[in-house]
Structures are given as structure tokens and as C-alpha cells.
Design a protein around this ligand. Sequence first.
Ligand SMILES: [Zn+2]
Length: 397
Amino acid sequence: MHPMVKPALRRGWRDLNTVQFGMAPAHAMVLGPMDTATGSFLTLLDGTRGLPLLRDEGRRMGLPDGHVDGLVQRLSGAGLLDDATGGGPAADALRGKPAVLDRLRPDAASLSLVAPEPGEAMRRLAARRSLHVQVRGAGRVGVALASALAGAGVGRIDVQDGGRVEPWDVAPGGLPVESIGERRDEAARRAVRRAAPGRPPGRGGARSAPEQDAPGLSLVIIAPRDGLAVHAPDPTASEPLIDSGTPHLFAGIVEGTGIVGPLVLPGDTACAGCLDLGRTDRDPTWPRLLAQWRSGQPRQVPACDLTLAATVAGLAAGHALAFLDGELPSSAGARWEVSVPGFDWHARPVWQHPACPCGPGEKGKGEQAADDEGPHETMAGQQPHAARLSGTWRAHV
Ligand SMILES: [Zn+2]
């Protein structure tokens, strides 16, 4: 082990004996009391020395026996310590590709803020390379989202869509202007390949062949160009995903509103069917409206603010990555919504419905009275799940 005080957290001394790691409240931590000798010893914990060498240095600085090990344990227990050589064989393999790793350094640093164990950040980063994600939809949201995942190190991303690229599909971070007229799926896969920092061993980067409902998918992201399928997802369309137990996330834009969620963990969190049943309970005219919306294709280019598409793609990719890294993002059991021009994200809970075949039925009881369509309701304090995934839904072990 080569201990390293997490460099992602900026250090500051609150007084002579108290050190604060980090600036932003989400991950900052205060440690004290700490004497000045120990304080100056901290600078040696930069990942270049192993424990034996650190003990030597400690003795030279007059620190008592066992002090260095105690400090390392204390920092490690507080989640402030990383291991410059840790993370296992996949992490070592990634370190062997410095060009790839250089592209991912900020992401590794960010992962170190949420992964408490030394070496865990690199382990998670390296694990992304063996994951397989399918993105359904190659419009402004889908391609930017898929490219973000590829750029963040996810190894296999298969983008699916039909037809050819229209001028209005083009977006920064998404399909380039040169792709107008090409097949959407091929152009999208090329954009994703370009965004990837490296190619995982033996896979040749992003998939070049379509793969429908393949086993082993870590996640499916439903990001159709027509946002109606996200605003009001058709339960029959996601039935195969429920049946196969495949986690899936909805992301899209309808009119001037962007939607991220729900992230469906089949059987454990609300699905498209739960959402539909809940809405029908609250508004008996919902099915009638929906039938009208669904009949016939929109004849005009649907509204899709370019910056709204970017923010939806970014948030959805963030939720997807959090899930793939083994966390439980707040879109599990909720939909995040944002509208132009205020861009004020808010979450609406989506509860499991007792009549939906997706789950045991009991979980949602007593919660159906919640009015999840209130205009300004937020999820504060209502998150139905712990922040960390149970073993069942770990994307990788
Ligand atoms: Zn359901």
C-alpha cells in the first residue's frame, strides 16, 4: 500500500491543531486535534512511499513508534486515504495505459470522494471498462448521454435507433454535422467511439453491431427522440426488461420539460406500469388523453431546447454512472423534472403500485395517497431507498 491523502480534497487549517479536508460541505471533513509534527507529516502521504519508508520518515521527524500506523488508520477510517497502488488487477491494467488514465484523472479524483476505501476509486473506474450499456434513441439526448458514458470510461455502449440523421439531431457532444443523412445508429456509435478514452481489451471499443435485449446488459437507457415515451412510458414496451430483471433508466424531453427517471430496478422500485397505474388512479381521464397523444406521429419537429437536452443528457448520464459504480441514485423511485426557462430541477416520487405485476405488491401500500403530481413537490427527506445499493443490484462485484 502507498497511502495518499485524497488529493481531490483541498486542505486548510482551521487553527493550529485542526485541519479541514475539502471545501464543499458534501464531502468536507474536519480532523483534530492534530499536532504540528503530524500535520507536516501529512505532506509525505502523497502515494509515492510505502508504509516501511513512511515509518522511517516518521522516526526521523521524532514521531513516536506506532504513530504513523495510527495516523494512517485514522485517516483511512475517516475515508480520507487512498492507495496509489490499490484497486486490484483491473486497476493495475488501467495504470498500464497512461494515455487512457490521463483522460480519466478528473473522474478518478471525483470517484475518490465517494469511494471510502483506499484503492476503491481506481477499482470502480477500472470496472467501468467491462460494463455493457444499451442506449435506445440517437437524438440530441441519447447520443450526448451515450458519449458522456463512453468518455467516463464505460467500456461497451450500444446505441440503437432507426432512420437517418436529420439536421435537427445534430448537437454539441452528440451527432456532428457531418453525419447528416447517415444511418442514425451508425453515426451514433461513431460519436461514442470518438468520445471513449480507450478501447477495452478484445472489444474494440463501442459496439459496432446492434444487439437487442442482450443478456449481461448492466443497464438500458431509454432516451427516445419522441419524449412522449419518457413522459408516459408504455408499460408493454419495457415488459421484456422487467421480465429479464434488467435495470433501466428513462431520460428525455417532452415539449419544454426534461425528464430523468425513474431508474427501474425490476421488482424493487417503481416501473413504467406503476407510473401508469398511479396516474390513472389519480386522474381517470389519463388513459383517454394518452391514447390521443399516442395516435399518429407528430408531423412537425418536436420541441427540444438544445441546452435542455444537454442538461438532461448530463444528469441522466450521472445517475447512470452512479448506479453502474454501485451507488443508488435518487432517480430510483423518482422522476427528476426540469423546465425551460427556470431550469429548476425537482423530483417527484414514483411509488410501486400494488396492482402492477412488476413487484410483490405490498411495498406500495399506504403510500398511494401521496400526490406525486403536485406542482412544486420535492423529494426532500422522502427518498425511499438507502443511498447505497444492496447486493442484488450491484452492477459488478
Ligand atoms: Zn411496476
